[in-house]
Design a protein. Structure first.
Length: 342
């Protein structure tokens, strides 16, 4: 076999001492870094140790809600009232005074409506949202605004399916063309609410909010044995998951937190079935008063203040309204900010 001739075109490049030292130093830094990450105590920066096992545990994902508010229409009132006519007429008047439904909801919007469906009660008890007014609202959104979809969601205290059924909310929603979202274990995710005291990071009913453009709350006006009144702001409590009953110990603070948690497009208050006492669960139709008022607006603090004084007929506003105002969520001073369409 003939001997291979060397390649005379190849010339070895000599390694200079400075380059050799630089390469060695870099390799040393990498080795030292790897050693530090492997052997440094778990609580030190960049450590890879996991002696406690906490590092390998799955961390819950956290999200933030967008601001669903719409810039007010020029000349519109912060709060609108509807007193005369049937329920649909009163609802239209209230929303028109606050700027009109087509100002807030646009064609192809996906809209979430959050009623109060907390209890397995008949609507005549006044403990849950009025299904007839909810049905009218869904029709306005789908027909007048040509929204792409309307969703109805709540996380009731009692059995969700039973609450939606007994309250009439399921039938009213489906009849009007809305889609109902019931909670389950996979529907919640930790929500970050910057500045909140009790729920800065807390499980939230996220699933129905995915892809939503606008959010509307619709709540009854009713007595509450802990916070004196459950109205538009307290209604958002139904979106919390976890052990939310612990917040009853600081009820005014949690409601103030709720005013920061979600910035809705519009709030609706139902004064046609006002639960004057034995709230929030109710129990006797004799406790319910038909005040003949429907409210709509963009300042839930002002709405709740007016409803507390004029619908529940009480003086001395609940403490949570002052706290909500101090956090920039609205203004309890409703004077000259309410318009009624006769």
């Amino acid at each position: 076999m003939p001997k291979r001739k060397p390649n005379t075109d190849y010339r070895a490049t000599p390694v200079r001492r400075r380059e050799l030292l630089r390469t060695a130093a870099a390799a040393g830094v990498v080795a030292a870094g790897a050693g530090y990450a492997s052997f440094a105590p778990e609580h030190w920066p960049l450590s890879l140790r996991d002696d406690s096992g906490l590092r390998s545990m799955p961390q819950p994902s956290v999200f933030r809600l967008q601001d669903f508010r719409v810039a007010p229409k020029a000349g519109a009132a912060a709060v609108g009232l509807g007193r005369t006519g049937d329920d649909m007429t009163r609802l239209r008047k209230a929303i028109d005074a606050a700027g009109g439904i087509t100002h807030y909801i646009k064609p192809n919007d996906v809209v979430l409506i959050k009623p109060n469906v907390a209890f397995d009660r008949s609507p005549i008890i006044g403990a849950t949202s009025n299904p007839e007014i909810l049905e009218h609202l869904i029709q306005l959104i789908l027909v007048d605004c040509r929204a792409a979809e309307v969703r109805v969601a709540d996380n009731p205290i009692e059995s969700p399916a039973d609450c939606f059924e007994k309250s009439g909310i399921r039938l009213a929603s489906e009849r009007a063309g809305a889609r109902i979202y019931l909670p389950d274990g996979n529907a919640f995710e930790n929500l970050n609410t910057p500045g909140a005291t009790l729920i800065e990071s807390w499980p939230f009913f996220k699933r129905p909010f995915q892809g939503v453009d606008k959010v509307i709350g619709i709540a009854p006006v009713k007595d509450h044995n802990l916070c004196h009144a459950s109205m538009s702001i307290k209604n958002w409590y139904g979106l919390l998951g976890g052990r939310r009953n612990q917040f009853h110990q600081d009820i005014h603070e949690i409601i103030a937190d709720l005013s920061m948690m979600i910035k809705p497009t519009l709030s609706i208050l139902d004064g046609t079935h006002v639960l004057m006492e034995n709230g929030p669960t109710g129990g006797d139709p004799s406790n319910v008063k038909n005040a003949g008022v429907i409210m709509a607006g963009t300042d839930a603090v002002a709405m709740d203040a007016w409803a507390y004084e004029h619908l529940l007929e009480r003086s001395g506003l609940p403490e949570y309204l002052a706290r909500a105002q101090s956090r920039g969520s609205g203004d309890v001073n409703y004077k000259d900010r309410i318009r009624e369409i006769v």
